[in-house]
Design a protein around this ligand. Structure first.
Ligand code: HDE
Length: 709
């Protein structure tokens, strides 16, 4: 009898840390470097002339036999694949997840077991509404999808940057997406929700009230992808080594704090730099400033399932952190950019149904529908059921089974038996029984009892109390932005009855004052009472929801513009650069042109670009050092004056030292807690850095209305 290829024991593909710890190593075999290589056809023939097609005479017709040209153009003709139906615009990076300790008492999943082990990950961030080429800074939800290449197979945590969703049941998803996507007749707008079909739908579907409120906050215009929270949204389960399950809500908190753009800035940035977010992520990783998040869970014992004012299976609800604090489990770090956007970021395929032992689903009806949808969509997007063989999607462990053939099969499966059980191939591959650790996957042992119904549980029936809780938890400035955002969006809605319905039947039930403010700005008669009786809940504020409470307190990762011209004081430029770098901030020295400037002492000061090329909207703060000549030129420079006014309008920290103080008068501004002046950099450093760390000078808000866009 032939010897079986491996031990007779079932479950031979158990943990093998040495082999599986690095996804990147595994990917190496697929990476292709053309350096030093001859130009060849796809079939390996060396090409002698890549400039001219084959023709009959130098001025004659092209010849069909030109297999080199035909192959090249045929391939080109098919280079595009369908973009994702939602989340088409995205950007990704590799990194790792590392647990802080052994969490076996919470989950048996191996990735949470060893604090010395890093599980490789690929993360893809995305917007939802816009097509692949749309702007990064549009008002939208951001996808936050993580593929953990664990030693027990891939776990996809396909989340967003907001903790709730628009609908409660997956069957409504196509309706919601059709409504938010550009209008069918003219395909407008690209990347946003400020149009009739979206507001028509959400004003008719009150369960969307909470999530729509989130999208009207500044969370929908993150300053960059590094500064966003991530959420699993649905309630999931974790199962420990003893087989005990708990419910969990997944949270990711950015180490650099949660920060957003302001609306005017977001709109301008979409035009000035369509790629603002992907550029920022790329540059941060290239600069070694690796984005980091703390991965944590809210843990809800099974016996507490019904103890909240809301149903934990309802994806339009959060569990306030004040009621169930987050247990931090580990950190997620992104430290490598992909080599090829298409092969990695575009071809990556996530599915919430990809889980590993120790993690399981809940009965959330939104989650349940997602489990089916994602693999289904990959089949049309990636051309068949073999997309798991694409390098970026391959698990780091082997995946033997009887699934064969189909389009684009890359694996050459050996053996005769593509069925199980078999006696021809020694019975391989075999099942692995479930085990406290490293066993085969076993669904959570849960009793299900019920009638077959198309009905929503009554516990899903309250749509406003959490929206009100969220609104009440926001700072005054955040609330003002919410009113502005609703007014902007609804102001673009052509049908008056949709505006009225959103104000009277949705906003008035969230907060009457908000409804009245918005009504006044969009030509609707302000409502005087809600249409739904407010529901009493056990908590009236959740400070953890206000992003003003989620800043890091330091300036690591912030981007500061230093405006220079000929005659600048070089030592000042050096001092600010060094001090910012020491704090982990990024400095962009910007001149009148993209060429170097000559300092007052005759030395050359290198610049990173021109002020016009790197507008204030792309940076977090502005510093102008002294220098009689450079400031003199700036006093007559419209670009610089606009730069300062725009940074001021966007509530940014600005410091003007030495002669640069004269610029204040030129732009008719006066100092405030974030607009600083002083003799030199040392004089303003402390206050300037403190103002940057606050991210925005909210006290300035009442003044900025008078500054033209
Ligand atoms: Fe998705 N969603 N979704 N979604 N979703 C997709 O899958 C779907 C939902 C999310 O970077 C699609 O591969 C249904 C919630 C992210 O590749 C598709 C429902 C949340 C991404 C799909 C939802 C998400 C997607 C389109 C209602 C937050 C991008 C392309 C039940 C928890 C992943 C694709 C990436 C992508 C279906 C609702 C997050 C069509 C049916 C809730 C981050 O399968």
């Amino acid at each position: 009898m032939a010897t079986p290829p491996k031990s007779e024991l079932a479950g031979t593909d158990t943990l093998d840390r040495q082999n599986t710890s690095k996804k990147l190593e595994q990917l190496e075999q697929f990476r292709s470097d053309a350096t030093g290589q001859a130009l060849r056809t796809n079939h390996g023939v060396k090409i002698a002339d890549n400039q001219n097609s084959l023709r009959a005479g130098t001025r004659g017709p092209s010849l069909l036999e030109d297999f080199i040209m035909r192959e090249k153009i045929t391939h080109f003709d098919h280079e595009r694949i369908p973009e994702r139906i939602v989340h088409a615009r995205g950007t990704g990076a590799y990194g790792y997840f590392q647990p802080y300790q052994d969490w076996s008492d919470l989950t048996k999943a191996a990735l949470f077991r060893d604090p010395n082990h890093q599980t490789p990950v690929f993360v893809r961030f995305s917007t939802v509404q816009g097509p692949r080429g749309s702007g990064d800074t549009v008002r939208d939800v951001r996808g936050f999808a993580i593929k953990f290449y664990t030693e027990e197979g891939n776990w996809d945590m396909v989340g967003n940057n907001m903790p709730v969703f628009f609908i409660q049941d997956a069957i409504k998803f196509p309706d919601f997406v059709h409504a938010v996507k550009p209008e069918p007749h003219n395909e407008i707008p690209t990347g946003g929700s400020a149009h009739d079909t979206f507001w028509d739908f959400v004003s008719l579907v009150p369960e969307s009230a909470h999530m729509v409120l989130w999208t009207m906050t500044d969370r929908a215009i993150p300053v960059n992808l590094r500064s966003m929270q991530g959420f699993g949204i649905h309630t999931f389960r974790m199962i420990n080594t003893a087989g005990k399950g708990v419910f969990v809500k997944i949270h990711l908190k950015p180490a650099g704090g949660v920060r957003s753009l302001v609306w005017d800035e977001a709109q301008k940035l979409a035009g000035k730099d369509t790629d603002a977010h992907r550029r920022d992520l790329w540059e941060a990783i290239e600069a070694g400033d690796y984005p980091e998040w703390e991965f944590g869970v809210q843990i809800i014992p099974e016996e507490d399932e019904h103890k909240f004012d809301w149903d934990i299976l309802d994806a339009t609800k959060i569990i306030p952190e004040e009621l169930v604090p987050i247990t931090p489990l580990g950190k997620l770090v992104l430290n490598r950019n992909p080599d090829n956007y298409f092969a990695e970021t575009e071809q990556v395929a996530f599915c919430p149904g990809h889980i590993v032992p120790g993690i399981d689903f809940s009965n959330d009806p939104l989650l349940q529908g997602r489990l089916f949808s994602y693999t289904d969509t990959q089949i049309s997007r990636l051309g068949g059921p073999n997309f798991h063989e694409l390098p970026v999607n391959r698990p780091v462990v082997p995946n033997h089974n009887g699934q064969r053939d189909a389009k684009y099969r890359m694996t050459i499966d050996k053996g005769r038996a593509s069925y199980e059980p078999n006696s021809i191939d020694g019975g391989w591959p075999k099942e692995t029984p479930p085990a406290p650790q490293d066993g085969g996957f076993e669904s959570y042992y849960e009793r299900i009892d019920g009638y077959k119904v198309r009905e929503r549980s009554e516990s899903f029936g309250d749509h406003f109390s959490q929206a009100t809780l969220f609104y009440n938890s926001l700072s005054e400035a955040e609330q003002a932005h919410v009113a502005d955002a609703y007014s902007f969006e609804l102001g673009k809605v052509e049908r008056m009855w949709i505006r009225e319905r959103q104000v009277n039947e949705i906003l008035a039930n969230i907060d009457l004052d908000l409804a009245q403010k918005v009504a006044k700005k969009i030509g609707v008669t302000p409502p005087t009472a809600p249409t739904v009786q407010p529901r009493q809940i056990s908590i009236d504020k959740s400070p953890a929801l206000s992003q003003l409470n989620l800043l890091s307190g330091n300036i690591k990762g912030f981007k500061v513009a230093v405006l220079v011209g000929d005659g600048v004081i070089a030592s000042e430029v050096d001092a600010i650069k060094q001090a910012l770098k020491a704090e982990g901030a990024h400095v962009k020295v910007l001149g009148p042109t993209a060429g170097p400037v000559k300092a007052a002492d005759g030395s050359e000061v290198a610049v990173d670009g021109s002020a016009e090329g790197m507008p204030s909207v792309a940076l977090d703060a502005v510093y102008v050092p002294g220098g009689a000549e450079s400031v003199k030129a700036m006093l007559d420079d419209g670009v610089i004056k606009h730069y300062l006014l725009e940074a001021y309008k966007h509530l940014k920290a600005i410091a003007l030292t030495g002669e640069a103080e004269q610029l204040l008068k030129a732009v008719y501004l006066s100092p405030d807690e974030a607009l600083l002046t002083g003799g030199d950099f040392k004089a303003v450093q402390q206050d300037f850095f403190a103002a940057i760390a606050k991210h925005r000078c909210w006290a300035r808000m009442p003044k900025i209305k008078s500054i033209p866009a």
